[in-house]
Design a protein around this ligand. Structure first.
Ligand code: 13P
Length: 311
């Protein structure tokens, strides 16, 4: 556990190094509170990809997991993208390999491949389009309705987007172990504990869980919902507890309760302030992608960024 003085010292050192290196620090909404607090931008996968794509700094420190840093490196070939903890992976992204996607494409040659952003650059390179939890519906709706969609890597998000958009979606056998573990019993219990609260859940949760909640949204959608739901002032949060820091900061007069105690993504919590400082000091760990993979993954990401967002 870090003392307040240590946190202050690390924060100052990071600010100095950031200036020296001409660096931009991005943090995902699931990062530790103190890491979110030193970042230039904290956001969801979609916002952070957009910010990375438009960044003017030469160095991007990505406080998140591997696929997020790879996304930034794909969109910013002329920048140095650093991932402070090399082993910060995503078990959902690990559920799909490029070879598996090639085999599925051979079996379904008529399908358009939509890769959830929680995939490796190699998988994105095999795909037509990417999506995040924030724009999955818009992306699925943008695909030629005559063609089925092969949705890689999250079965629950693919199911939700297909159902909401009324489109035929071939689902991948993969899910986020944290979100998929949230059960209907957990939701019912949290509603009993906080009967006045509105309930939000991430679309990576199971379909029967999503049936029970007031709002299905990614992390940016949850922030917007909590800000706008007057007169409601309390919310049950069906996603990683990291988001609660920002929810409370932006809505100090409202109450937020995790839907269960175990909604904690361990790899999202690996990055500490000391890791961020070391990353800037030593310029590590540089995300490197093979150029043909980067170019093809970039096409799928650019195709996603070109899909207009519905509010
Ligand atoms: P967001 O799309 O809200 O950033 O969520 C990303 C994620 O990894 C969910 O598990």
């Amino acid at each position: 556990m870090q003392t307040a003085d240590e946190t202050t010292a690390l924060t100052r050192q990071i600010a100095d190094l950031k200036r020296e290196r001409d660096a931009l620090i991005l943090a995902h909404n699931y990062q530790r509170p103190e890491v979110q607090d030193i970042a230039d931008h904290t956001g969801d996968s979609l916002e952070l990809s957009r910010i990375a794509a438009g960044a003017s700094q030469g160095v991007i420190v990505f406080c998140g997991v591997q696929f997020m840093a790879e996304t930034a490196a794909t969109l910013c070939p002329d920048k140095t993208v650093l991932l402070p903890v090399r082993d910060a992976g995503c078990p959902l992204a690990d559920r799909a390999t490029a070879e598996q996607v090639r085999q599925m494409k051979a079996r379904h040659p008529e399908a358009r491949v939509v890769a959830y952003v929680n995939t490796s650059a190699e998988v994105k390179a095999e795909s037509d389009l990417c999506c995040t939890s924030a724009n999955a519906l818009d992306v699925v709706r943008s695909v030629d309705p005559q063609r089925p969609i092969l949705f890689v890597s999250d079965r629950n998000l693919g199911h939700y987007a297909g159902r909401m958009a009324g489109r035929r979606v071939l689902l991948w056998d993969g899910s986020c172990p944290i979100h998929a573990a949230l059960s209907t019993a957990d939701i019912r219990q949290s509603k009993r504990d906080h009967p006045e609260a509105r309930v939000m859940a991430h679309p990576e949760c199971q379909p029967d869980v999503l049936e029970l909640v007031d709002r299905v949204a990614g992390t940016a959608g949850m922030l917007a919902y909590a800000a706008q739901q007057a007169p409601h002032t309390s919310f049950i949060v069906g996603t990683d507890i990291g988001l609660i820091h920002r929810l409370k900061k932006e809505n100090p007069d409202k109450a937020f309760y995790p839907a269960t105690d175990y909604l904690v993504c361990p790899t999202m919590k690996l990055t500490t302030l000391a890791d961020v400082r070391r990353s800037l000091e030593r310029m590590e760990h540089v995300v490197r992608l093979e150029e043909p993979v980067r170019v093809r993954a970039g096409l799928a990401l650019e195709a996603m960024l070109a899909v207009p967002s519905t509010p």
